[in-house]
Design a protein around this ligand. Structure first.
Ligand code: C5P
Length: 189
């Protein structure tokens, strides 16, 4: 939901937007190019393919850190179900982009946390070489994944923090997009 709100807000600021999205029932915002993916590996391929020409890259998908080692195309019937399921690590898409970004690109990540929100967000900001991270406390039911509303703190790579109080996700998206847009303009000069 947040990704779609951010895509609309970026379009409204006049940006050319590509939205890389997993399966959701939301309609694609008008004027936005939609790239549909289903798995973390497909998302990684799509992100890498669009990365080089992007000035602003926002990664707000809740990507699974692991996936089952084996993928079954057909239904697994009773009695055929494996006793153990092995998991393998998914690539950290954002971290890989962070290691490749150039001086003109603004890279933004999200940290959806239930505790030690800011500490954990700052750690990810540094580890993934981001310009900004959006810290999101998802322990409260009035905000987070399934809510229409959200409350976030932006943290910049130099430590600057900005709080955005509880509002509709579309309003939060508009407000934080303006900050990222300014950041892009500053980098371009
Ligand atoms: O899951 P985590 O809290 O580490 O996610 C932080 C950021 O990293 C998010 O922006 C998320 O989209 C991104 N991420 C990723 N690839 C993963 C896991 C997370 O790009 N495998």
């Amino acid at each position: 939901m947040m990704g779609y709100a951010l895509a609309s807000a970026a379009r409204d600021l006049g940006m050319k937007v590509t939205l890389i999205s997993g399966p959701v029932t939301l309609p694609c915002p008008k004027g936005v190019e939609l790239v549909k993916i289903e798995t973390a590996l497909e998302m990684e391929v799509a992100m890498q393919a669009h990365f080089a020409v992007a000035n602003l890259i926002i990664m707000c998908a809740a990507v699974c850190d692991h996936r089952p080692a084996e993928r079954y195309e057909k239904k697994i019937r009773k009695g055929q179900f494996p006793e153990n399921i092995t998991f393998v690590k998914n690539p950290d898409i954002l971290k890989n982009l962070g290691s490749k970004k150039n001086d003109c690109q603004v890279l933004v990540g999200f940290a959806a946390e239930t505790h030690d929100v800011l500490v954990s967000a700052k750690k990810k900001l540094k580890e993934k070489k981001l310009d900004w991270i959006v810290a999101n406390d998802v322990s409260k039911c009035e905000m987070g994944f399934s809510s229409q509303q959200n409350e976030v703190t932006l943290i910049r790579s130099d430590g600057l923090q900005m709080n955005f109080p509880l509002s509709e996700k579309s309003k939060i998206a508009e407000d934080i997009l303006k900050v990222f847009y300014t950041s892009c303009q500053e980098k371009a000069h």
